[in-house]
Design a protein around this ligand. Sequence first.
Ligand code: TYD
Ligand code: MG
Length: 471
Amino acid sequence: MARSTISYACTECGAVRSKWSGQCDSCGNWNTIEQQVTTGNRGPATAAGMTQTASRRIVDLQPLCGTPDAIERSGFGIAELDRVLGGGVVPASAILVGGDPGIGKSTLLLQAAASLADREQSTVYVSGEEAAAQIQMRAKRLGLMSSPVQLATETDLRAILDTLDTKRPDIAIIDSIQTMWLDSIESPPGSVSQLRGTAHELIHFAKRTGVVVILVGHVTKDGQIAGPRVIEHMVDTVLYFEGDRGHQFRILRAVKNRFGPADEIGVFEMTGLGLQEVPNPSALFLSDREAAAPGSAVFAGIEGTRPLLVEIQALVADSPLGSPRRTVVGWDSGRLAMILAVLDARCGLSFAGQDVYLNVAGGLRISDPAADMAVAAALLSAKKGIPLETSTVVFGELSLSGALRPVAQADPRLRESRKLGFSDAWVPLRAGIRENSGMRIREVLELREFVDKILASRQPGGRQPDAVPGG
Ligand code: TYD
Ligand code: MG
């Protein structure tokens, strides 16, 4: 008989240990460790009743020089979604779509399912969270009632797999993986063991039959149910659906893709009639920008392959607190601490005794290192009360020495800025500009030089910094 062993796994990162502890020593989260019972000695995913057979099995070894078939993809017909997937879905692939509860995952996938079904691909949508009537109501709201999507409401994975095996659709959507359970695993649905076990079965099914499997996963903050990070390594593609609930914009971001570029984004807007595509997001993230105000800088960024202009806002205020606040929305807080340290050590601008708030407008989250200089510009502008010219964009990566480093893809950044009506750009020296975008380029070698020029432009009689037309 198979032997049961008890171990403890983190619901956030999936790290397994032999003892319980309050904090996970691998990801640092508190109260996310839970007990898991494993049958056999092969780990939860493959545990159920596996026994080693006595006969030896020899695996086929192949040369590298085979002729692989060209990857054939089918698009959803939703351009923003297809772009993120690198053109569409590849047969037999497993895709994970993660995101906060209520962000719009079910809405996106129902729209995607309907679009695909309308293109004569057979599509099964399995919901373990909502009753059929609820999903039909959503379909009605989205105007998708006549779409030939096949709907199931079930959480027993064994039954779902048997059904899919019989029907063999082109694509199966499982919403959500955290509600699915296998009776061979003792832990409750939503636990690390169930999540790993059910995901493993579904992925194995995809590889065996060629059906594309899309798994929806909720991101959790409290550790009550295991987060999708636990299965990220098992799937081919990981997409995260992000956004701020207070804003209508939603970003679909590829964080891993075995069949296409990672870091690509798709932009949607949540409306009363579901998610609408936003083909020109730059204009949208800038649209509600106020007239020249201190603390605002426009960053010419790149997300994936797409140039994106965003406003970075900073506020600096005297703090009544012993240790002043550093609050960041949409950017990395560690990176903010670094920029503040560089401004202090290399430019003599100290933020000690002051609260600093930094916000990326529109609910966007940026990860492009070229945002450093735009953040520094917003902080400088907020601290000194000097508005930057509204016709100006900024980009460049900052090193600890205070030097500005060139960043990739300067040309598309400038082209997009020009397209949206900007005329001036602060860029690092030797930024790798090859085209004449029509922008006036202001090159800076060091952050200190940038700070001095901005401050000088505000002195009585100070003149605008030198600009080189063209580039
Ligand atoms: P949902 O897709 O259920 O989120 P998730 O599956 O990620 O938990 O979306 C829920 C939110 O979206 C809900 O607050 C209502 C809103 N919504 C709209 O604003 N417009 C719509 O057309 C639909 C269907 C939902
Ligand atoms: Mg949902």
